[in-house]
Ligand binder design. Structure first.
Ligand SMILES: NC(=O)c1ccc[n+]([C@@H]2O[C@H](COP(=O)([O-])OP(=O)(O)OC[C@H]3O[C@@H](n4cnc5c(N)ncnc54)[C@H](O)[C@@H]3O)[C@@H](O)[C@H]2O)c1
Length: 238
């Protein structure tokens, strides 16, 4: 595949390394320094774009790819207000889009375990649930996209929970989410159920960014000749 990397930061570099190892080519690199000067011609030799940039630029970047009919894999978090507009473009214009708040295969297994555990907890009112996420100090958005996905998995399965809230505002009908920013932690998530009698905790701990990069490249290989909107459920067939 001839890949455009959009957002050439920590994830962009990791994706480049792994893409080259898998015999793909990087034909275009876009970051905040050159994004304003990109033209249609720059996309002529591009098969697909992988976008890991900033919350404020993801929507623009994905639209730019759609304008050039380039399939996009995006992992940028913290920007999803206008997400539905992109899904509409996907349907109406036969664009190709893959989005995941977390590309790690292990995290996606963790998502599955989370929903199954939540389903079991639905009838056990004694258990109060909370989520803790820890990331490196440069991470801009809080809670993490992964923590929000975990919270949504709980809300869909536990009738007494209707929303998630950051710790300070938490109440009985919400899932409390606690965010910590420490050192260079690539990503740690815990889902904790606590009753007056005991505590159950499930945890995922990323060792590096490589797992995210691999998932993004597998997603790219999966969609490059397809049309429509895809997620990790389609890739992993859980
Ligand atoms: N989905 C996942 O699995 C996953 C995993 C890790 C990180 N992330 C997310 O990916 C994003 C990037 O993470 P990172 O650690 O690489 O961040 P980073 O800060 O290291 O890199 C961000 C890059 O975006 C570039 N950028 C800024 N404005 C831009 C613009 N307008 N157009 C194009 N590029 C622009 C910057 O120049 C920089 O190179 C974040 O939102 C992060 O939360 C997602």
């Amino acid at each position: 595949m001839r890949i455009a990397i959009i957002g050439y930061g920590k994830m962009g570099h990791e994706i480049e390394k792994l893409a080259l190892e898998r015999n793909h080519q990087i034909v275009l690199r876009i970051d905040e320094n050159n994004v304003k000067s990109i033209t249609k011609q720059d996309f002529e030799n591009v098969d697909l774009a992988i976008e890991f940039s900033k919350p404020e630029s993801a929507f623009f970047n994905i639209n730019m790819c759609f304008d050039n009919h380039i399939p996009v894999v995006s992992g940028t978090t913290g920007w999803l207000d206008n997400f539905d507009k992109l899904i509409e473009r996907c349907t109406n214009e036969k664009q190709t889009f893959f989005y995941a708040s977390n590309y790690s295969i292990g995290v996606n297994m963790f998502f599955k375990i989370n929903t199954q555990l939540a389903n079991m907890m639905n009838q056990h009112q004694d258990y109060e649930v909370s989520i803790e996420e820890t990331h490196h100090i440069q991470k801009i958005d809080a809670p993490s996209g992964t923590a929000i996905s975990l919270a949504n998995g709980i809300i869909e399965n536990i009738d007494r929970k209707i929303k998630w809230e950051k710790e300070a505002e938490s109440s009985k009908d919400s899932v409390s989410v606690y965010s910590f920013r420490e050192g260079s932690v690539p990503g740690n998530h815990k889902v904790i159920y606590e009753s007056p009698f005991d505590k159950i905790m499930i945890e995922h701990d990323a060792k590096s960014r490589k797992g995210f990069a691999l998932g993004a490249i597998l997603a790219a290989e999966f969609i490059v000749h397809k049309k429509g909107f895809y997620t990790m459920n389609d890739l992993l067939k859980f």
